[in-house]
Design a protein. Structure first.
Length: 326
């Protein structure tokens, strides 16, 4: 039976740790995860999903602020893992840790490497308009997602996929892959294929401000952006609210669709102006075409239909959805 140390923090880590904890060919001798962080309106300290799952499974846990410190390395040596599994941990492993387990350190990454190395591969696959993505198991090295490939599996990106729905499917695919790879490691059957580094692309970490809509972009591109950034950081704009004296509401766009033909007027509608309030939601003029807001969530409110937004804010053609307060 392999002695395995698991490192992770996010939801995807929790799912894969749960699968690994019930694997007969492996014993999880320790879990390295993130310290509790303040969460929610009241900023209560909460464990990350991986720590919560490790607690449920009765596993030994350490939560260092920084992974690459002597105390962590000393603990890992005591645990004496044959293999280290890393899933969405968020920190680089120094060389001494990479070289500690005899079978190496394995990472499960939610893309078809070498495409979309980095922190947000699922979102960037949707942003790019890809129709295929997948999961990669790789042997870790000192670089960022640059190690040898051990196994890959493909997954279609559906027309209605958001980052959330696609992430959920890739997580399950990755959990199955992890069990297969650990079994191969136990049998000494791992096969490594070097990545073609010339084909590498990168998916940098998203920031909250990345959600701000730029209405000068084509509507088709904005549809991809709305899908890719749902649920976080979520695309948002500023909606005028006549009932509240014209105050602008910061409003998330949860679902949207491109409209090829938009109403015309003289002077022409400009990007950011509402050009139609008929149908399932307001249509906002873009650099090319229009974007219909199908589902939205104004700040402090629950998600609602675009039609409800029209009625609640008393929107009219010519109203602007621009940055009017920050």
């Amino acid at each position: 039976m392999l002695r395995v140390v698991f490192m992770g923090s996010a939801d995807v880590s929790a799912v894969m740790l749960d699968a690994l904890a019930y694997m007969k060919a492996a014993e999880v001798v320790g879990v390295v995860t993130q310290p509790d962080r303040p969460f929610g309106r009241h900023q209560h300290f909460m464990p990350c999903p991986c720590k919560a799952k490790a607690d449920v499974n009765g596993l030994t846990i350490i939560c260092p602020e920084h992974l690459n410190c002597p105390e962590v390395y000393a603990t890992l040596k005591v645990w004496a893992p044959d293999l280290i599994v890393v899933v969405a941990y968020g920190q680089f492993l120094r060389r001494e840790i990479l070289e500690l387990p005899p079978l190496g350190c394995i990472n499960i990454h939610l893309s078809l490497l070498p495409k979309y190395r980095g922190a947000s591969p699922v979102q960037h696959a949707i942003l790019a308009g890809d129709t295929i993505t997948g999961v990669t198991a790789m042997m870790m090295d000192a670089g960022m997602d640059s190690g040898d490939i051990l196994m890959q599996a493909r997954e279609s990106i559906l027309p209605g996929d958001t980052a959330s729905s696609l992430h959920d499917r890739l997580t399950l695919l990755g959990a199955v892959m992890l069990l297969r790879v650990v079994r191969q490691a136990e049998l000494g059957e791992l096969k490594r294929v070097e990545q073609d580094h010339a084909l590498a692309t990168y998916a940098p970490k998203l920031k909250k401000e990345d959600g701000l809509i730029n209405w000068h972009l084509p509507a088709a591109e904005l549809v991809l952006r709305v899908r890719a950034l749902n649920p976080w950081p979520a695309c948002f704009t500023w909606v005028p609210h006549r009932v509240k004296g014209g105050k602008c509401l910061r409003t998330k766009i949860l679902r949207a669709e491109a409209v090829a033909r938009v109403p015309r007027r003289e002077p022409a509608y400009q990007p950011g102006e509402i050009c139609d309030v008929r149908g399932a939601g307001p249509v906002v003029m873009c650099g090319t075409g229009g974007l219909r807001l199908v589902e939205v969530q104004p700040e402090g409110a629950r998600p609602m239909s675009g039609k409800a937004l029209i009625n609640g804010c008393q929107l009219s053609p010519g109203d602007r959805m621009d940055v009017c307060e920050l």
